[in-house]
Design a protein around this ligand. Structure first.
Ligand code: NAP
Length: 300
């Protein structure tokens, strides 16, 4: 099957690229592993995307998807096995081989892991990376969130809707979350455990407690918990980008027009090296990448 553009990844960057590409007259396929929406679909509420005040991330993503579909974008739900950047060919797990004149890679980022032995074993048994998905399982229980950025604070506030007790565990004595979120946190009854790292997650078949270490004096304490939500940032999903130019942290380096060193190949969204990773900047990247693809096709 031959397209003008194949977009890999159905988060805000990919969906916006699809809206701009289809409106620009390109035959557009968007390949997504699971369901469209990406990371934002896991956000309980989005307060800083213009005019989407108080909308859930899922609702916002679904609106973008419907919009892309209404302009004719074709959604393909499949896993991408490999990408040939020279041939602009995308091999899918189902055996399909897609070809296009241009490619837009918008595979986003995934949660960073703590890297503890017990973490994988207890994931889904009290360890979670998504408060919006799993929060409701902890009604009347005691939970903790670890991290100090926007996600951790948002998650802790969201979990207050269900849990009887919420802790926020952070490795320093300052948060990086934006001020509005910090104010909401400080005005809640969430207990903040400063200067602590999670050393061990205890429990055979489900989370029972965590062992925390004080980063200042090394003191260890045990904290009884039913659930631990890990919100310590994201890592770019660049397994398909090994041939592209990556920075020291693994983000793809692009030009301002989202182009890469391969002609007709663009990268948009959270996997790019950039100063701010938000829905609005992902959408901006997607729009620019699609405009660049349209220009490339018209000139070649
Ligand atoms: P983040 O901003 O990168 O924050 C990561 C947090 O985890 C930091 O507090 C960091 O501590 C801590 N951390 C990192 N590695 C750790 C480790 N190994 N052990 C313990 N703690 C660790 O990540 P994020 O909150 O997931 O946000 C990701 C991006 O999405 C950001 O750009 C954020 O602004 C954006 N976002 C925006 C919104 C919103 O605007 N509503 C909501 C969610 C996310 P240190 O500070 O000590 O490094």
């Amino acid at each position: 099957m031959e397209y003008d553009v194949i977009i890999i990844g159905g988060g805000p960057a990919g969906l916006t690229a699809a809206i701009y590409a289809t409106r620009g007259g390109l035959k557009t396929a968007i390949v997504e592993k699971q369901s469209a929406g990406g990371q934002i679909a896991l956000s309980s509420v989005v307060e800083n995307y213009p005019a989407a005040e108080k909308m859930s991330g899922f609702e916002l993503a679904m609106k973008m998807m419907t919009q892309a579909e209404s302009f004719g974008a074709e959604f393909i739900y499949d896993d991408v096995l490999s990408v040939d950047y020279n041939e602009k060919a995308v091999a899918l797990a189902s055996g399909l081989l897609l070809k296009a004149k241009t490619l837009i890679i918008a595979t986003g980022a995934r949660p960073r892991l703590l890297g503890l032995d017990s973490e994988a074993r207890l994931t889904g048994q009290g360890v979670s990376y998504c408060a919006t998905c799993d929060g409701a399982f902890f009604k009347g229980k005691t939970v903790a969130v670890t991290g100090g950025g926007n996600t951790a604070v948002e998650d802790a506030l969201y979990l207050k809707n269900f849990a009887k007790k919420v802790y926020l565990i952070h490795r320093r004595d300052k948060l990086t979350a934006e001020k509005a979120l910090q104010n909401a946190l400080f005005n809640s009854d969430i207990e903040i455990l400063w200067n602590k790292t999670v050393n061990v997650i205890n429990g055979e078949n489900k989370v029972e407690s965590v062992t925390l270490s004080d980063t200042l004096n090394g003191e260890q304490i045990n904290l009884a918990l039913d659930g631990l939500f890990i919100a310590i940032g994201r890592v770019p999903q660049t397994s398909l980008c090994k041939e592209l130019n990556l920075d020291g942290q693994g983000y793809v380096i692009t030009k301002e027009d989202m182009s890469t060193e391969f002609k007709g190949v663009y990268v948009a969204g959270d996997l790019r090296q950039k100063p701010l990773r938000q829905v609005v900047t992902a959408c901006s990247d997607g729009a620019i990448a699609a405009a660049s693809a349209i220009k490339y096709i018209s000139e070649n």
